[in-house]
Design a protein around this ligand. Structure first.
Ligand code: GUN
Length: 283
């Protein structure tokens, strides 16, 4: 069997176009553009690339982009003061602080300083609590994008066995919560899981988010499983996922490629969340 390749790039382009149209309608109604503020501390080159592409995509989707680049030695109080200013700014509907932050900053305290109504990354304790409790709110972009791809591929996910590999705040934990809300039976596996292959073999849906190149092997998979590879690992100058692609593609029913799978969905969902926040704030 040869797996269907899930075209996240095309899906994301379509989603961005739909959000762009809805954002134009928002502007016509509200008399202002929906706005996204992105805060980057320091000069990590990979983060700078992400932030630039987020800004471009925001403008292309008929929204206003506010970029704040702060020096690497910015102190906690200055960063929190900027967030307070953005929280109070009516032109700003969404706030994203690019992670990771330089080591001297308290990431949890910084994220918690974002107004939950503007938390388009879904990372504040309020947003995470809402997701855990099943209350409607803003959801982290990468898991949301992964869920949209799964629902597009499989339709109703009710009753499916799903495994999420990795328990990060950014991906694994919210992904498990979203799949649970979608009525999957969810296993959340991590670095201490015993006999991972045994758990993967039972899963109709596999979401790999461990950050280790080729960690998940094709022979572990249940034939016909749908595989979402969230990993982006740099190997020999190229990008590879957390799933051993060739082995998995011969067993899975469908699989996301790296690049061109989940990656493009993250920015598309960020734009979607920004517009959602704008609508809620405008009432
Ligand atoms: N760094 C890598 N991915 C992300 C993300 O989705 N959100 C934020 N804030 N930082 C990131």
């Amino acid at each position: 069997m040869s797996a269907e390749i899930i075209d996240g790039k095309a899906f994301a382009a379509n989603l961005r176009a739909r959000v762009g149209e809805a954002a134009a309608a928002f502007e016509a109604r509200a008399g202002r553009k929906a706005g996204l503020a992105v805060v980057l501390v320091g000069d990590d080159p990979a983060s700078a690339v992400y932030v630039r592409s987020k800004g471009k995509a925001t403008v292309a989707a008929n929204m206003a982009s506010f970029e704040h680049r702060l020096p690497a030695d910015t102190d906690q109080a200055s960063l929190i003061a900027l967030l307070a200013q953005l929280n109070a700014d009516d032109a700003v509907d969404g706030i994203l602080v690019q992670l990771p932050l330089p080591g001297h900053l308290d990431e949890q305290a910084v994220v918690a300083a974002i107004d939950p109504a503007k938390d388009v990354d879904g990372l504040t304790p309020v947003s995470a609590g809402r997701l855990a409790l099943g209350i409607d709110g803003l959801v982290p972009c990468t898991p949301l994008g992964s869920l949209l791809l799964l629902q597009d591929q499989l339709g109703d996910l009710s009753g499916k066995d799903a495994i999420v590999i990795g328990r990060s705040i950014l991906v694994g934990k919210p992904m498990a919560a979203l799949l649970t809300a979608a009525n999957c039976t969810v296993t959340l596996a991590h670095s201490r899981t015993r006999d991972l292959a045994h758990h993967v073999a039972r899963a109709d849906i596999v979401v790999a988010a461990v950050g280790r190149a080729g960690f998940v092997k094709g022979e572990w998979l249940k034939p016909g499983a749908t595989v979402i590879d969230v990993g982006i690992n740099r190997v020999d100058g190229g990008l590879v996922g957390d799933v051993e692609f060739d082995g998995a593609a011969s067993v899975a029913g469908a699989i996301t490629p790296v690049p061109g799978g989940v990656g493009p969905m993250t920015i598309a969902c960020l734009l979607r969340n920004t517009l959602t926040a704008a609508h809620r704030r405008a009432g």
